[in-house]
Design a protein around this ligand. Structure first.
Ligand code: GLN
Length: 292
């Protein structure tokens, strides 16, 4: 009879397999994947290392390891990613939230805290909803209108809605399907804070993205046209019609785009505007005030 697959043995196999395929963090990946299959945290795997996997667990684990060896992101394999110390459900319809995007949340909080009174906030292209949900959770006395969040993908909005519900902020966010600010009338200036992590990767940069990003994450959340700035231009021009005078725009940008984006912001009558750096010291967020 075959020896049963214990946790220890399964991890040893998976770590070796991923290492042979040249995947980074092979042991860690093996632990995270097995933990997700068994519903255990990583420290539990150590304590329970001599416990056996049943046939289904072993098969499901093997399948995930093989998919990881093809560079599928861990977050899609576990269905989860942490952002702003909160757990978010993710799937291939949505970009996996990145730590640097927390800067958008921080800056939006700063704006909310520094400018008194109720404000209307919209997030464009919400994806998993991580930014909107993090804000709705953090701004507890949220001066207190519901946020609006849009996405062109119905699948993304479904995931975002579920994330909001699981964090208890389902009622604080209204989800709207559509293309940037198009679903809204441009007859009024009504928005106080507009925030987005749009696609901004240029054609040339797309070629250099890691396989795990390029092959698996949604292209329309990443690719911003030839120079990477198609969505940025659209958002700036629509924002210039719908933002109140004195309203704030926060956009995540690519690390090489700061100078060009400041020029664009100026062209669309945003002033003052500045580029904020992330914790890796890279240009990451445009913060601009609509001057009119
Ligand atoms: N920062 C992401 C990446 O380089 C791109 C995100 C985006 O285009 N909004 O993978």
């Amino acid at each position: 009879m075959n020896q049963p697959w214990t946790i220890r043995k399964a991890l040893f196999w998976a770590g070796g397999y991923l290492q042979a395929e040249d995947l980074p963090d092979h042991r860690l990946s093996a632990e995270v994947l097995l933990g997700s299959v068994l519903g255990l945290d990583r420290p539990d795997l150590v304590v329970l290392r001599d416990q056996s996997l049943d046939d289904t667990e072993w098969m499901v684990f093997q399948e995930k390891v093989l998919r990881r060896a093809e560079h599928e992101p861990i977050a899609y394999l576990t269905g989860k990613k942490e952002f702003w110390s909160l757990n978010f459900q993710v799937d291939p319809e949505v970009l996996i939230p990145r730590p640097e995007t927390e800067l958008l949340v921080e800056e939006a909080m700063r704006i909310f805290c520094s400018v008194p009174g109720p404000k209307i906030l919209i997030e464009l292209g919400t994806g998993s909803g991580a930014v909107a949900v993090a804000l709705a959770k953090s701004l507890t006395h949220a001066e207190a209108r519901p946020f609006l969040a849009t996405d062109i993908s119905r699948g993304a909005l479904k995931t975002a809605r579920e994330n909001a519900a699981s964090h208890g902020v389902g009622k604080k966010i209204q989800w709207i399907q559509g293309d940037w600010l198009k679903p809204f009338s441009s007859r009024f200036r009504w928005i106080d804070v507009l925030i987005s992590n749009p696609p901004y990767v240029s054609e040339r940069e797309m070629h250099h993205l890691p396989t795990t990003v390029k092959r698996f994450e949604p292209l329309r959340a990443l690719f911003g046209g030839q120079d990477g700035l198609d969505a940025v231009r659209t958002i700036l021009s629509q924002a210039a019609e719908q933002l109140k005078i004195g309203a704030w725009l926060l956009l995540e940008i690519g690390e090489t785009q700061g100078k060009r984006i400041l020029e664009l912001a100026e062209q669309f009558h945003f002033h003052p505007s500045e580029i904020l750096r992330d914790y890796a010291g890279k240009d990451r967020v445009l913060k601009a005030c609509y001057h009119g």
